[in-house]
Design a protein around this ligand. Structure first.
Ligand SMILES: Cc1cc2nc3c(=O)[nH]c(=O)nc-3n(C[C@H](O)[C@H](O)[C@H](O)COP(=O)(O)OP(=O)(O)OC[C@H]3O[C@@H](n4cnc5c(N)ncnc54)[C@H](O)[C@@H]3O)c2cc1C
Ligand code: SF4
Length: 561
């Protein structure tokens, strides 16, 4: 059934990219329809932020369908009932999908790093991958706007490829973070205050963080960023936004002239097949899901899927590289009780600090730090038997927990993967989801660059633990084990699939994230990214989505759309 209303813009997905686009376009006066596959959820009303773990018989433990813990704020995970994906023989890939208003912004780590000037021109610098068709200067004003509207803590450091933003003051380092900083100084590793989208001063009616440390459950005071409270609610307040939740988009519909006319979707509550109409369609269903929608948007005019004239739709997908090391630090034993709660994530981090010309891999990584004490849940500390002499029964067990609690420090490397021809997604011809929509099949391969980079992470983290006088819990992984590189997709920073570029023969979108083959179709998630960077991607997704929205606004005004 086709609905009568003709919207200025139809947006698919309400996460970082879609929420940003809905905010920017409604503020600009457009009538917007936002379709979201999941149900409504606002952290300000629905978060279990302060429920203690002991209030649940499960003590907060994870389940198959809530893998990051019972109270984690994400409806979704590696598996969604009735919505499979497949991997090609020999490939391993994991795909985390949220199905809720706000998508993954409800529980993300909120590490908010701008891509830097070099990240947009890597091919020029090292000959690998491709350059973006835009530069840092094109995106910088939008980074500033995101900083001002969303809010971020950090410090001005003047590091060339780690551009400073408009920061709230960062929280002070915790005790174990001071120890990390000292060892970083000893080993000449740059260690600076973290950059996270948590506000430490009031902003736009939102109060400052009160350091309860529960960001991953969602923040009832709206002191961290989630799309529903920071983007969707103000967009609804303009009166310009129509929000349809439980609307699973199947494909983009097109007219005989090749322009997009809207989308077809399934009402998940009734099973009805419906069509929504819009002058412009913006896909922001997350990078790989937007590629899936376009690959499924087949018609006689577009037999390989919409916007796929180049044959590169679904290609050049990447994820962040990842590897972890944790260790036990005797200097932290029997800690004197003190408040370490803080802003629900790290207060310090290490941006990439080395020169690749002296290394056996291209591109860098940053280091995330974890440790200290927090409200214990089921299985906390990963098992007392890992600590020297730890375990036993009764008093000895309790004493050991008191002694070792808070004496663990961990490091997670998060690095740049270079897009390659062997990592892509396509439609699996044999499998559909519970709505009858064909699913994605993934092909994945790490190159020597990523494997060597991860070896370097492991060596660095072990050197840090040693400098702190600690001992790591696991032996150095071997080359045969690929140095414990995370499975593709596991770091949940998947990008690409609808990459942008000047040349319609090698890219899906132009420099405004507008389809080369269909001028009223745009992508506003991580799909347009040409390369990954050694940064978490979401701040750049939002800045780009805002830039795309401004372009759409101007084109509508100029009657070009
Ligand atoms: C645990 C975790 C920690 C993370 N930490 C960080 C971090 O610290 N820093 C960082 O930069 N990034 C982090 N990320 C990644 C970050 O969450 C994503 O980069 C970001 O949310 C991507 O935004 P998006 O709009 O593309 O997708 P999403 O936020 O996933 O939103 C997509 C939305 O589209 C909806 N949708 C999907 N398919 C359809 C369809 N067919 N029809 C209708 N709607 C659909 C989904 O339900 C969802 O709401 C983390 C992710 C996870 C899971
Ligand atoms: S730590 Fe701060 S931002 Fe995070 S949930 Fe608590 S109050 Fe909110």
């Amino acid at each position: 059934m086709t609905q009568n209303t003709m919207y200025d813009v139809v947006i698919v997905g309400s996460g970082a990219g879609g929420g940003m686009a809905a905010y920017a376009l409604t503020k600009a006066g457009a009538n917007v329809l936002l379709l979201e596959a999941g149900g409504p959820w606002y952290a300000s009303k629905d978060s279990p932020m302060l429920v203690p773990n002991y209030a649940s018989p499960r003590r907060g433990a994870a389940t198959r369908l809530r893998p990051f813990g019972e109270f984690d704020a994400c409806d979704g995970g590696w598996e969604i009932e009735g919505e499979p994906y497949t991997t090609a023989p020999g490939s391993r890939f994991l795909w985390w999908r949220a199905r809720m208003l706000g998508g993954r912004t409800n529980h993300w780590g909120r590490i908010s790093l701008r891509f830097g000037p070099d990240d947009f021109r890597r091919k020029t610098l090292d000959g690998l991958g491709d350059d973006w068709p835009i530069s840092y200067d094109d995106v910088a004003p939008y980074f500033d706007e995101v900083d001002k509207i969303v809010g971020i803590y950090g410090s001005r450091e003047g590091i060339p490829n780690e551009p400073d933003g408009i920061f709230h003051p960062p929280p002070a380092p915790r005790c174990y973070e001071l120890l990390v900083k000292k060892s970083c100084d000893n080993l000449n590793i740059t260690c600076i205050p973290a950059r996270r989208s948590v506000i430490t001063q009031p902003l736009n009616g939102r109060p400052a963080c009160h350091y309860c440390g529960q960001c991953s459950r969602g923040c009832t005071t709206r002191s961290n960023f989630s799309s529903p409270d920071v983007f969707i609610a103000p967009a609804l307040a303009t009166g310009k936004l129509t929000l349809l939740t439980n609307a699973m988009v199947r494909e983009v519909t097109t007219a005989p002239n090749g322009l997009a006319t809207g989308v077809s979707y399934v009402n998940k509550l009734t099973g009805e097949e419906l069509q929504a109409r819009g002058r412009v369609v913006v896909l922001a269903a997350s990078a790989l899901e937007s590629a899936r929608i376009l690959l499924n948007s087949k018609s006689p005019l577009f037999p390989q899927g919409l916007a796929n004239g180049s044959g590169t739709l679904g290609k050049y997908i990447t994820d962040t590289t990842g590897s972890d090391v944790a260790g036990y630090i005797p200097a932290m034993e029997n800690h004197v009780t003190h408040n370490e709660d803080g802003a629900g994530g790290m207060h310090v981090y290490m941006p990439w600090w080395l020169d690749n010309s002296k290394l056996d891999f291209a591109r860098g990584y940053h280091i995330e730090v974890w440790g200290g004490v927090r409200a214990p849940g089921a299985g906390f500390m990963g098992g007392i038997h890992r600590y020297p002499g730890g375990g036993g029964y009764g008093k000895q067990l309790k004493d050991d927990y008191r002694k070792y609690y808070g004496a663990t420090i961990g490091f997670s490397g998060r690095g740049e993967m270079i897009p390659n021809d062997d990592s892509y997604c396509e439609i699996d011809p044999n499998v559909v989801d519970r709505f009858g929509i064909p699913v994605l099949r993934f092909h994945w391969k790490w190159s020597e660059h990523e494997i060597n980079q991860v070896r370097h992470m492991q060596e660095t983290f072990r050197a840090l633990v040693a400098d702190m006088g600690g001992q790591v819990f696991s032996p150095m992984p071997t080359k045969e084990q690929d140095y414990n590189i995370a499975t593709g997709g596991q770091i949940i920073h998947e990008l690409g699939g609808t990459r942008m570029g000047h040349d319609p023969r090698t890219s899906v979108l132009n420099s405004n994230c507008q389809a080369h083959d269909c001028r009223n179709l745009f992508v506003a998630d991580g799909g347009p990214f040409v390369s990954q960077a050694d940064k978490n991607p979401t701040w750049t997704i939002m800045a780009l989505a805002w830039r795309t929205s401004d372009y759409i606004r101007d084109q509508i005004k100029a009657k070009a759309l």
